[in-house]
Design a protein around this ligand. Structure first.
Ligand code: C5P
Length: 405
């Protein structure tokens, strides 16, 4: 079989997970297409999967023994799910049954496929296939939401004729289309090679005294997801982060920890001039106490204290004033009402190229959640996106920014 010329899948290591469903027969075609595109494929099949498709067919096509059990019974050879998880450039589970989706969502590691999934460091794609009622069940939907929140991509099933004889949503996406999704993923992988990106994330803390501050509920998750997405595409990222509980180990991301808005501005100003893309994702406090008390303000020694506030610098607007031709500056707007007008006003006032708007009125959007629902606003209009995991939202935002480079 000759390889498809120049497929982004050429040379990629792909773990193909197969579960026990009628659609397992389609995995043979998927495997064939992946091999044809030049990928190296390791099949991992669940015990139930083997009831639907024989490992002989799969090993013949992949030219590798199919992995299913933790040990080979007669030799005692141990199959390392950790090694497989590290080897993979991506993992695709097709078909993914309701049972395996549930196990993946909750870490029930009782077979080789789920242990490999839990060890996978690379991106995971999940192509569900099941009867329409199973697919629509709140349990399945909640488990799929959990997988999305882990950053996995769900390749939605199609609506059509099902093995049960019913018609509805549950048919596994066609192998050609699954391959297209994987190709798009790898095509954009190094699209920011050589680019420098500045991202702000998290809240700022404005000190009142040595033990108290003015802050907000920002978790930093959106900014960290953006930083990891840019780094995954090959960019050199400086992430200027306010105090958050999360960390990132992503190679290519330099984290600079700050506390106050003034510190955040100072760190941004060090790198802004050399940045191709700057994304202001931090929830910066608008005001800071005019003076920081040297010792803890005591209840018993004073009347109700009055804390005088001063305006913080607007980091996005300050950088917007210094922006050069060719630099891209993006902001965020978390709104509670009159969303689009407020966001559009900020776009102009801060000299931004685009603004990512989310509304606290949307369920699953805003602070602390693992998901977000955004509208990207620029001078040509407003472009709404559906509710997605923050990593997927990050990918949509970076796709949008890349069109401007
Ligand atoms: O004006 P508002 O705070 O709603 O604007 C939000 C946008 O401006 C975000 O991109 C935020 O990171 C940025 N911002 C800033 N410095 C501030 C206030 C907001 O960079 N002091």
């Amino acid at each position: 079989m000759s390889a498809t010329p120049c497929s982004p899948l050429a040379g990629k290591h792909i773990v193909l997970g197969i579960c026990g469903g009628i659609a397992a027969y389609k995995s043979v075609f998927l495997l064939r297409l992946l091999i044809k595109a030049g990928a190296e494929v390791q099949v991992v099949i669940t015990p139930a999967g083997k009831q639907f498709i024989t490992p002989v067919t799969l090993s013949a096509l992949s030219q590798k023994p199919v992995v299913s059990e933790f040990f080979t019974a007669n030799t005692g050879e141990w199959h390392s799910h950790v090694d497989l998880g590290l080897w993979a450039d991506c993992m695709v589970i097709a078909p993914a049954t309701a049972s395996t989706i549930g196990k993946m969502a909750h870490g029930v590691a009782d077979n080789m496929l789920v242990t490999t999934y839990l060890s996978a460091k690379s991106h995971v794609f999940v192509a569900p296939a099941m009867d329409l009622d199973m697919m629509a069940h709140p349990s399945t939907q909640a488990n799929l939401d959990l997988l999305r929140s882990y950053g996995n991509t769900i390749i939605e099933p199609e609506t059509g004729y099902l093995a049960s004889g019913l018609t509805g949503k549950g048919r596994m996406e066609e192998p050609e289309n699954i391959v297209k999704v994987l190709e798009q993923h790898f095509a954009r992988t190094r699209s920011l090679e050589g680019k420098k990106v500045l991202i702000t994330a998290g809240p700022t803390y404005e000190k009142i005294d040595p033990v108290r501050f003015i802050g907000n509920y920002s978790s930093g998750k959106m900014g960290y997801a953006l930083a990891e997405e840019c780094a995954a595409r090959g960019a050199e990222v400086t992430l200027v982060s306010g105090p958050v509980a999360i960390t990132t180990e992503a190679p290519g991301v330099k984290v600079v920890k700050v506390e106050s808005a003034r510190e955040m501005l100072a760190e941004c100003e060090k790198v802004f001039a050399g940045s191709d893309i700057s994304i202001m994702c931090a929830a910066v406090a608008d005001y800071a106490p005019a003076a920081v008390a040297e010792s803890k303000i005591k209840r018993e020694h004073s009347d109700v204290p009055v804390i005088e506030l001063v305006k913080n610098p607007d980091i996005a607007a300050t950088l917007g004033t210094a922006k050069r031709q060719g630099q891209i500056l993006a902001g965020f707007a978390l709104e509670t009402d009159n969303e689009a007008d407020n966001a559009a006003e900020k776009l102009d006032r801060k000299n931004l190229d685009l603004i990512v708007m989310n509304s606290l009125r949307d369920k699953g959007a805003g602070f602390g959640t693992d998901t977000n629902k955004v509208t990207i606003i620029d001078r040509t209009g407003a472009y709404p996106y559906p509710l997605k995991s923050k990593r997927e939202v990050a990918s949509d935002i970076i796709d949008n920014i890349e069109t401007r480079l």
